[in-house]
Design a protein around this ligand. Structure first.
Ligand SMILES: Nc1ncnc2c1ncn2[C@@H]1O[C@H](COP(=O)(O)OP(=O)(O)OP(=O)(O)O)[C@@H](O)[C@H]1O
Length: 185
């Protein structure tokens, strides 16, 4: 493994009084990806929230030397602001980031609430890419994307890994994560 971006040992997660998983350990290094799979309700999103520091685990230890960018089911874009206001960093985007931005630039003056589901997802993904974080934690990132953008997402993850980043991606199979190991819950 390359430089460790995140390491978790013996994690347990309890939600609503129910034990979702225990004794779970994982590590992701530079250039590596983990694909988290499992049935609905098995705790994939909860695991990602624990790793992102948004949900305290019931047991275990998490260390992440790397800066994290987390993408949940919601896109965390303010509905009343325009896309241009929310993504005011267009000028800083490079070619890879433009994969997602492509086609969105013309929507800069549109309030976020009027964007389509796929457009919002692409904007949220563009923000992850532009964050500069080494470790991406992506919860069903391909939700709402058409085939071309799903492919662009996989390419963006691949480019991130090739550049020494890492990713943990929750997916029901809609996102191809190049070279990923699988963690099945
Ligand atoms: N805030 C909460 N309070 C109580 N229980 C919760 C809470 N959030 C999630 N849960 C429960 O935790 C369990 C795991 O949910 P989680 O969203 O982590 O599953 P998942 O594997 O990501 O599911 P899906 O594939 O449907 O997205 C579910 O039974 C859910 O009802």
């Amino acid at each position: 493994m390359g430089d460790t971006l995140i390491r978790a040992e013996n994690l347990a997660c309890v939600r609503g009084g129910r034990l979702l998983f225990e004794g779970l350990s994982l590590a992701v290094g530079a250039g590596e990806a983990l694909r988290v799979t499992g049935p609905n309700g098995s705790g994939k999103s909860s695991l990602l929230r624990c790793l992102a520091g948004l949900l305290p685990p019931a047991a275990g230890r998490i260390e992440h030397p790397a800066k994290i960018a987390w993408l949940g089911h919601e896109n965390a874009l303010k509905p009343g602001r325009t896309l241009g206001q929310e993504l005011g960093w267009w000028a800083r985007m490079d070619d890879t980031q433009a994969l997602f931005a492509l086609g969105l630039e013309t929507l800069g003056d549109v309030p976020v609430r009027m964007l389509s589901a796929g457009q919002k997802r692409r904007a949220a993904l563009a923000r992850v890419i532009a964050s500069g974080a080494a470790l991406w934690l992506l919860d069903e990132p391909g939700a709402g994307l058409d085939a071309a953008n799903a492919k662009a997402l996989s390419a963006a993850i691949g480019a991130h890994l090739a550049a020494g980043g890492g990713a943990i991606v929750v997916t029901h199979g809609e996102t191809d994560v190049p070279g990923a190991r699988e963690l099945a819950l």
